[in-house]
Structure formats: structure tokens, C-alpha cells
Design a protein around this ligand. Sequence first.
Ligand code: ADP
Ligand code: SF4
Length: 704
Amino acid sequence: MEFVRFGETVHHRSSDIVTRDPRYDILFEPVRIGPVTAPNRFYQVPHASSTGVDMPNTRKGLRAIRAEGGWGVVCTGYCSIHPSSDDSPLRYSRLWDDEDVKNLAMMVDAVHEHGALAAVELFYGSSLTANRTTREMPLSPSGLPRLQPGGRGHFPLHTRAMDKDDIRNLRTWQVDAAKRAKSAGFDIVYVYAGMSFGPFQFISRRTNLRTDEYGGSLENRVRLLREMVEDTKEAVGDACAVAVRFSVDELMGELGMQWHDEGRGVLELVGELPDLWDLKTFGYRDSSNARYSEEGYQEPYVAFAKQMTSKPVVGVGRFTSPDAMVSQVRRGVLDLIGAARPSISDPFLPKKIEEGREDDIRECIGCNICYSCYHESVPIRCTQNPTMGEEWRRGWHPERIEGCASSDGVLVVGAGPAGLEAARSLGQRGYEVTLAEAGTELGGRVCRESRLPGLGTWIRVRDWRRGQLDKLPNVEVYFASELTPEHVLEFGFPRVVVATGAHWTTALCDMRSVPVPADFGGGRVLTPDDIMAGAEVVSPVVLFDFDQYYMGGCLAELLAERGHRVTCVTPADLVSPWCTNTHDQWYAQQRLIELGVGIVTGAWVTGFDGAAATLTGRYAGEVREVEATTLAVVGAREPQDALYQTLAARPEDLRDAGIRTLQKIGDCDVPGAVVHATYAGHRLAREFDANVAPMLFERARLDS
Ligand code: ADP
Ligand code: SF4
């Protein structure tokens, strides 16, 4: 590999471009979809990006990058057809009138520039949208309220049962939006009949209690879908393909629709009607967290479809392996390989397969941080791909980066996600990088955490970066090198980046919701670090979780699987409540119940003496004791920043040693999730030697 000159833009650093493995040729065959043709089988299915209508440039950037990376079809997220389908405060795009067209046309043009087809997922929310901004009354087939026991999406407003005029109006809104989509330049227009949106509520017996020609028999319940597809085809079918996105199974057993009864029945009735079927399951299982699903996990539900229709079928399954993709096509499960998360994690996945660079694919870890952004109404982010969502506003490209701006050698201390990403990106820029790691393996926290139940895929954060570092001769990695301040001064690298991580503490969250050191009087108190390092655990265990993300649930699961008697105590009202954002809360709580873990919600641990833990209720302050020999505290973390602080306090020594900059990144700066660490490492590398303007990034102005 040759080194880059200063200021040169660096593309991927692989020196030996090889050609595509013929085994994967089938993935690059064009697929006819009604009046249009997809250039290959890589299909970026609709997924939320939380760019709404006020960030059209950001949406354009993050969609177009997939087209540039080789995805043959690139879809929008859900796009509302009418103000009575208003999902606020969640962020969606819209085609309510002609003014909305140009907002989406920007994305279409950018996608077309790279030769991909652009698709729009038109949606009508029915009872799932409470129309909080527009204040339109929600409509649904039978006027049912939305009942959500977990709280998310629950709203104290029922819906109006649609009469014949409402149904006629809905059909008109779909047609009008489809015509606008066509004028925006879209190639594929959806009728969305999944996830209990729009016509799905008519199809499901659960939500359709009507007695007219739109209720009763399956044929009647499918009537609206049939009409909407026919209307859409008539309106735009000359130029646009019409796709149906359909949830084949409500995953409620006999309480809801199942793929092998009415799911199949729907395709029997209208299988030939649309130009494309985009199939998935229902609810959180359509984008299942890797804790509870394997690659290809939807196959059992959608495999029947190709027997029911001659039209192309697309489906998802967190596919990152080209062999798994080929297998889906060859075995007649899917025609097009659908991906949301794998395309977020690696927008250039198809290009890498095409160029015979499969080992460069940055595989999705299934953590669903991307999904959490949608639930929290913030622009999309990705743990593995720090450039996602930053394509336009910061100008970050997932494969290209500015060449180095100086010949300074850089010492990076610590090889967790932050240090690895900093070393990799600085190395890609052409800097001479030395990465020193205290331990005997790379990866920091992801090494430890990927050994927890369900988190095996997280090691991909390390593996991809390790693979890339192996290809960079200008990055040297030293193991078993726990650096002291004296070492750093002695080495005298002009630039030092400290990424030494964080550790969990035994501080308890007190009733004012701040972590405070606690006096335990000698009981066995362990942190997640202790347990992951193999400390002896003696039952019974009280696990106090006020971190509220995955760690408490994973450790409770681990200890229960090892045969410990565990009680999980949390001041929250659910186990792992933040995991509602990442689609694993429900399953985490289910798993703990199945494993016999005791669950106490709405309580603080206020004392522990080695025999019992004292619990105090959050609402009424009631006090009780629970038998406990071990107290596991999953709560606060502290930066492990002694190296940085000691060096920073010795500016003269730094100067004498020739060290011009000293920076800290990742958990040793601010403890957070892995997504924060990879972003911090990447940002450091992007801004290294750069004059960063006071305005940090571009913002859209009056361009919606
Ligand atoms: P982050 O998520 O910010 O990358 P991690 O805790 O995952 O943080 O990783 C920090 C890494 O830094 C760990 O692998 C740890 O072994 C390493 N480390 C900590 N202190 C030192 C040190 N003084 N010298 C070298 N490596 C260190
Ligand atoms: Fe995959 Fe996680 Fe990135 Fe989402 S955030 S694409 S789940 S790695």
C-alpha cells in the first residue's frame, strides 16, 4: 500500500482490489418490478430516519449514500398521505399536498444519480396515529382505541369508525399522494398494509369488527387493500411499480393473524395484484434486536410467499453475509434481499461484495441504536457506522476521508471502541499511529460484553476494526502495554490520544436520583466489571439496576442461567426500561420471568449488610428486606482517566517531551454506550489537524 500525500482524499485502503466471487453473481442480477427494473437484488427497505420534513438534506444524504454504495432500490421511511395520519411526536415524511413534493424530490434525484430506483412508503396510520399536531380525529375500521399496556403509543383518544365516505376519502388520499410521488420522480410507490397501519387494520380480525362489505370474511377484510392497490396502479402504474408492504403474522398465535392461515389467505386472494411484495412480521419482531434473533430470523414466516405469487418478493433478516443472501435467493425464499440495518451499518455492502471485498463489510451488530433514534425523535445514529446521519451536515463519507495534514506520529492509548475507531480512521488518513493496549486482546468493553447472553454479535465492533487495522501498515498495535504517564512522556509522540475507558462503581442511586457512595458494612458487593471478570457470586443475589439499559437484564440472565437465585430491583417501572427504544425490553422482561428471576420495580436499594438488602418503595416509601448474600450494583460508571489527568496536570513535562496535543475520547471522557465511543473516535480523526469552524455542522434553513 502506498502512503497518501498530505491533503489527499483517501478511499478504502485495500491495495489489492479483486473481482467478485462468481458465487455471488446472482445477487447482481436485475429484477423486473412492474414497469421498472431494479439493477440488482440489494433492496434498502423502508426504515425511519427521523429526518421528518425539516431535514430534507440530511435525508437526501443518508439515502443517497446507500445508492452510491450499490443498493439497487432505496426507499424512504414512512410517508404520510394525509393530516389524519400524523404520527407526531415521531418524525415521518409526508406528501399531503404539492408543496411537499420538492422536499422528497431532492432525495429521489440524489438516488437516481447513482442508478438506483427510489421508492416511497406511503402510509396511513389509522388508530396508530393520534394526530397530535394536526388535531384531526383518528380514523379506524371499527373505532377502537389504541391500547398499549407498556405505555408507549398509548393516548387518551379513541378513534372514529370509518363510514363509507371515510373509506372513499382514504382511497382518494392514497391516489393523490401516489400522483405526487410520481411527480417527485419515485419509481416504486407503496401501499402500506403492515404493522397495523391503514389497510392492515381492515385485514386483521383483531381490529376489524365491521359487519358491512369491508368486514366479516377474509375476502371482505382484504377489500380495502385490493381497492387501494387497484387505485394506485390506475393512478401511477404506467410509470411506477406498486408495492405492498404486508405483515404476514401478528406473532400473537391464534389471537392474531398467522402466516399459515390468514397471512397465506391474503396472498391467495391478491397475490398477483401488486408488482412487488415486501413482507415482514409484526411489531418489534420486524427489526428484532440481535439479543433475541439470528440472521435470517424471518424466513419461517415469509418462506411460503413465493409459492403464492409470481411477483418479486423482498424480505429482511439482518442479512450481512453474502452466502446467506445467495441462499435465500437460490432456495426461492426471496427475490430481493431487503435490508434496513445492514445498509445503515454499511452503506457500501453491495459494492464490497461486487469488488470481492466481503471481509471489509462492516456488519450490523443488531443493537438497534438506530431504532432508538426513531423512538426518541432524533436523527438516526449507528453504533458501527459513525458517519450515518452525518453525510450532509458534516460531509462525512463512510468510505472516504481527508488525507493527513501533518506528518505527526500519534499515540492512541486504549483499544476499546473509541481507541480502535480513532486509530483506524487516523490510519486511513495516513497518519503514523501507535496503538497501545494494556490487555492481551483488542476491543475493551465489547470483548467483555460480547460474552454476555445475546450480545455475541457485539464483537463485530472490534472485529471489523481489527481487520481494517491489519491492512494499514502505518498503524502499529502493542498489546500488554499498560502505559503510565512516564511511558507516554518517554515515548514523546507529538500527538497523544487517551481512550482508556470507564469502570462501573458500587455507588447506589439514592432517592434524589443521584449516585452516592454507600457504606455496606462488609457485604459482598459486585459491579458488572467484577462479574464479567469472574468474581465469585454467592446466592441469593439482589441485582440493583438503575442504569436501565441492557446491562442489568443481561447480568440477571447470566446469573440465573448459572443457577443463582436472583432478584432484580429497579427504581423504574419495567426491567431495562431504556430497551423499549431498542426493541429488547419486552423480551428481556419475558426472559427474566421465564428464568424465575424475582422482579421488584419502583424501589431503591437503601441498605445491604451481607445477609439482606433493604428496599424502599419509590412511590410510598415503604421499607422491606430481601434475603441477599451478594449485592450486584448496575448503575453509575466513572471515567478511567487517571492517565490523562496526570499528564494534563504536567504541561511543562509535556512540552519538554515534545507532546503538542493531548486529548481524551470515549468512555474515559464521558461514559456512554458503544455508539458514543465509536463516534468520538471517528470525530477525533476527522477533526485532527482541521480548523473546525465554530458552527459545527450544516443546518437546513427554509428548505423544507
Ligand atoms: P471505550 O468504550 O471508550 O473505547 P473501553 O473501556 O471499551 O473504552 O476500552 C478502554 C481500553 O483501554 C481497554 O481495552 C483497556 O484495557 C485500555 N486501557 C486502559 N488503561 C490503559 C493504559 N493505561 N494503557 C493502555 N491501555 C489502557
Ligand atoms: Fe445495526 Fe446497531 Fe447500526 Fe442499527 S445501530 S444498524 S442495529 S449496528
